[in-house]
Ligand binder design. Structure first.
Ligand SMILES: [Zn+2]
Length: 99
């Protein structure tokens, strides 16, 4: 039971960093998007910047997901949640076997 508590309160520093990066990227993308629609900028530059921020967020999110898959600590921390998604992907791979 002590082990369980330790796992639940443990924090993966790398995950925290990646998550913060991801959130920051999403925030600036959202801000830019809001600005874009308010000012109705149609300039190519503004659109490019929006795409750049979107790509930055997508990249940060991909890195975060990859870390979650490969990091033992994160997998321990996700616990039941991880088991649930593992089960659903198992069902998925079962159904694709019949196709
Ligand atoms: Zn981790």
């Amino acid at each position: 039971m002590n082990t369980q508590l330790a796992i639940e309160t443990a924090v993966c520093a790398e995950h925290e960093r990646l998550l913060a990066e991801c959130e920051r990227a999403l925030e600036s993308w959202n801000e830019h998007r809001a600005e874009f629609s308010v000012s109705r900028l149609s300039g190519r530059e503004a659109g490019d910047e929006l795409l750049r921020l979107q790509a930055k967020y997508a990249r940060a999110y991909t890195v975060l997901q990859r870390h979650e898959r490969n990091c033992l600590l994160c997998q321990l921390m996700s616990g039941a949640e991880g088991l649930a998604s593992a089960n659903s992907s198992e069902v998925h791979s079962d159904s694709t076997r019949y196709v």
